[in-house]
Design a binder for this molecule. Structure first.
Ligand code: SF4
Ligand code: SF4
Length: 152
């Protein structure tokens, strides 16, 4: 094909491209669009969580940990006081924890998990105690307050 023929063929296409929206992802100039069924950040509702530990048992990535206040076999004291810790840096976002939970206390959202240089910062501590329940600050913050986590 001669050069002139090539130009005749290409120019209309180039012209059209100038006025059409790019089909590639616009990130980082716009937030990435994720499908609603994508598996992202893990959320735990401590109002619903009973501390049964099924999610911990079934997690293939060891991304969940359950710590009871008193875990001795002959004691029922402290059985309802516990911390459920999630490690997003280990999590495979497989959804097994959501599937196994009988109380619908844990589920995956389509939100991104932010990156961090320090893995410890990502750790999320959810606690249930005499003083109530909630989610401690992540990583170092929770340790500083001495609430909802323990030193690893
Ligand atoms: S999130 Fe569900 S499966 Fe995990 S400890 Fe709580 S109640 Fe049990
Ligand atoms: S999504 Fe999968 S890897 Fe992540 S905490 Fe749940 S079971 Fe574990």
């Amino acid at each position: 094909m001669s050069r002139l023929h090539s130009l005749v063929y290409l120019l209309p296409q180039l012209w059209r491209t100038l006025f059409t929206r790019p089909i590639t992802v616009r990130y980082p100039f716009a937030p990435p669009e994720v499908p609603p069924y994508s598996r992202g950040r893990v959320v735990i509702n401590m109002d619903l969580c009973r501390g049964c530990g099924l999610c911990v048992r079934d997690c293939p990535a060891f991304a969940l940990e359950l710590e009871r206040e008193d875990d001795s076999p002959n004691s029922s004291k402290g059985r309802d006081k516990f911390r459920l810790i999630h490690y997003p840096d280990r999590c495979a976002y497989c959804g097994q924890c959501q599937d196994v939970c009988r109380y619908e206390a844990i589920w995956l959202t389509s939100e991104y998990v932010p990156a961090a240089a320090d893995r410890d910062v990502l750790r999320e501590v959810h606690y249930k105690s005499d003083k109530g329940q909630g989610t401690g600050d992540k990583g170092q913050g929770a340790r500083d307050k001495g609430q909802g986590t323990r030193d690893k």
